[in-house]
Write a protein that binds this ligand. Structure first.
Ligand SMILES: *Cc1c(COP(=O)(O)O)cnc(C)c1O
Length: 384
């Protein structure tokens, strides 16, 4: 069966991987080697040096490309290294239009690293994609989208952004970390580049830090590989193996994340001590219709605020849970919670952060794949 004809779960398990030719090992071996012997100068088996190419990483890159319906995948030492690679495709004077409600680390690399190299960034509320038009000029080279956004769970219309990007000869890159390729495939919606923090749902077990880029365009992929090999922020063979293993259950995990997410979101919405609940599966979520059209389900990421909006109440809640653990990160099998204002989004100035809804009592949940009854009971006692 050809990879492109496979359904998602089959691809997640089989795409890019084949039994080892030397031994028949069914799992991709961890090729823990930096270099490869050559029969004569330049005469090797396709692998010359592991920064450029490594068989374990190779399998993973093909696998991630396949589950995103892309042709070319590239893996990096972290999600931030993947973003760094995208930004290095541009030159001083180039302008980038980004979502305003954005992963804190992305905001930080934009503002404190690449602004120093002459790139110019605009942060725009893209819930109405037409807002992008106000910032477009002849220097606009990239539109950077995150959907659902972190932590406000806003949904951005990826197809609408792709149309605007195409009309102005700019590229569209989508950070698909929250949705995962199980729920959303930005390349199918017109994006040029998909970015993942593999650290989160793809790895899925909170044991690896890794990033990935996927594209369908050969010229873009060539640029990505040039920068990946030149800058050298590649992922290690052992980590590539762990990510490959994680992805084999992505579809099963996502089904449970979505199921549990729905139960937790509904519980929170009905609780008197909870003020607002942000989850795109609610019919009254402002972008629910867009979410329905571009996602297959709504995921396990939920943010909520506590009535009265006091920092102390948020801190007290975060101390009281037994199953949900207070930690940075998301997307693992275990349920995690975070406090965006002081954790992931501390790099964003308070004024800017509150404008997009990141208030002091806001708590972000990454609902894991434990039993939903236990998760709801844990939240209930902590709220009490
Ligand atoms: C975690 C995260 C990143 C950064 O990825 P790292 O693997 O931590 O470097 C980027 N975007 C989003 C949405 C994330 O959640």
């Amino acid at each position: 069966m050809k990879e492109k004809d496979m359904k998602f779960g089959t691809k997640a398990i089989h795409a890019g991987v084949a039994p080892d030719e030397a031994t028949g090992a069914i799992m991709t071996p961890i090729y823990q080697t930096s270099t490869y012997v050559q029969d004569g100068v330049g005469n090797h088996k396709g692998y010359a040096y592991s920064r450029s190419k490594n068989p374990t990483r190779d399998a993973l890159e093909k696998n991630i490309a396949a589950i995103e319906n892309g042709k070319f995948g590239a893996c990096f030492g972290s999600g931030m290294a993947a973003i760094d690679c995208v930004l290095k495709m541009f030159k001083p004077g180039d302008e980038i239009i980004s979502t305003n409600d954005l992963y804190g680390g992305s905001f930080r690399i934009f503002k404190t690293v690449f602004e120093n190299y002459g790139l110019k960034f605009h942060f725009v509320d893209m819930q109405d994609a037409a807002n992008i038009q106000n910032y477009i000029n002849e220097n606009t080279k990239l539109i950077w989208v995150e959907s659902p956004t972190n932590p406000m769970m806003n949904i951005i219309d990826i197809e609408a952004c792709a149309r605007i990007a195409k009309n102005h000869n700019a590229l569209l890159a989508v950070d698909n970390t929250f949705a995962t390729p199980y729920l959303q495939n930005p390349l199918d919606l017109g994006a040029d580049i998909v970015m993942h923090s593999v650290t989160k749902y793809l790895g899925g077990h909170s044991d690896v830090v890794m990033g990935a880029l996927v594209s369908n365009d050969e010229a873009i992929a060539k640029e990505i590989y040039r920068i990946q090999n030149s800058s050298g922020a590649v992922t290690a063979p052992m980590d590539s193996f762990l990510a490959l293993r994680g992805i084999k259950t992505l579809h099963l995990r996502m089904q449970r994340h979505c199921e549990n997410g729905r139960k937790v979101a509904q519980f929170l919405k009905s609780h008197p001590k909870v003020d607002k609940v942000y989850w795109p599966g609610f019919e009254d979520h402002p972008n629910h219709e867009v979410a329905k059209s571009q996602m297959r389900d709504f995921g396990g990421m939920i943010s909520f605020s506590i009535v009265g909006n006091q920092l102390e109440d948020a801190f007290a809640f975060l101390k009281k849970t037994n199953v949900f653990a207070l930690a940075e990160s998301l997307g693992g099998v275990e349920s995690l919670m975070g406090h965006p204002a002081t954790m992931t989004h501390a790099a964003i100035p308070k004024e800017e952060r509150e404008k997009s809804g990141v208030v002091d009592s806001l708590i972000r949940l990454s609902v894991g794949i434990e039993d939903a009854e236990d998760l709801v009971a844990d939240l209930a006692q902590a709220l009490r």
